[in-house]
Design a protein around this ligand. Structure first.
Ligand code: GLP
Length: 245
């Protein structure tokens, strides 16, 4: 666990780690395979990566990204889609190739989802696995959209969103009733296979769930507790999110 005075400093540290990784891989002539997250938490990291690109010439030409999750159903051009979020917060501002961006497809028919999910896993493996996965944490203890009840070896799949998650998303959708009830998410097992995992959390409202995730009993009722089982996970926190540790 690393605690920084505030989320700006913490976000810069995470962005520096990502930039260093990209540059190191580039020198070796290798691609960097990044697992990306949505939500308010990683926005500062993306801002800093954009700054590295614009001011220091950091290139994303050899970067492949896999996003954790997407609401289901969800049209990519809808304002609340994670496709729109990623375009606005990062992809539109850097030189990533469109074909290197992977986000779960919220437009599939329900009978197509299982195959899509297997293919998503296969594609990650074909690239040799994720070099680094960044995560936020939901107040239910979810990582990605792995809600309470998720198994530690779960793969990419269609899940039902927890009521608290839908309430937390209600502002974006103009009311909880408009928040989709389902999502496609990488599994806990998918996340675990990443060679490095960084979970970030800011603000007082995350303090209680951060305490459970870091110090609580390992249980599927708080999926983020499974991260305690891994030796390549870091929790990067601001002082408020760490205040109950
Ligand atoms: C969202 C995302 C998660 C994210 C979490 C926290 O629903 N699916 O990947 O980590 O909830 O969101 P925020 O960063 O806005 O607090």
């Amino acid at each position: 666990v690393k605690v920084y005075p505030n989320q700006d400093i913490a976000s810069k540290k995470v962005a520096e780690r990502i930039a260093t990784l990209i540059k190191a891989k580039q020198k070796l002539g290798e691609k960097t395979i990044l697992g990306l997250a949505t939500g308010a938490t990683p926005v500062g990291v993306y801002k800093e990566l954009i700054r590295f690109h614009k001011e220091e010439g950091l290139s994303f030409e050899n970067v492949i990204t896999f996003n954790l999750d997407e609401y289901y159903p969800m049209k990519p051009n809808a304002a609340q889609s994670y496709v729109a979020f990623m375009n606005e917060q990062l992809f539109n501002h850097i030189n990533i190739k469109r074909e290197n961006i992977n986000i779960p497809n919220g437009t599939l028919r329900e009978n197509e989802v299982a195959d899509f999910c297997l293919e998503y896993e296969r594609k990650i493996s074909l690239y040799g696995g994720l070099d680094l996965q960044i995560l936020g944490i939901g107040r239910t203890g979810h990582i990605g959209f792995n809600e309470p009840g998720s198994a530690p070896n779960s793969g990419t799949r269609l899940v039902t969103l927890d009521d608290l998650t839908r309430r937390d998303a209600s502002r974006d959708f103009g009311g909880k009733e408009n928040v989709p009830t389902k999502a496609i998410t990488m599994g806990v097992g998918t996340i675990f296979k990443a060679r490095e995992i960084i979970l970030m959390a800011w603000n007082q409202k995350k303090a209680a769930i951060v305490k459970k995730a870091v110090e609580g009993e390992i249980s599927s009722s708080v999926p983020a507790t499974f991260l305690q089982l891994s030796d390549h996970v870091e929790f990067i926190l601001d002082e408020d999110a760490a205040s109950e540790l």
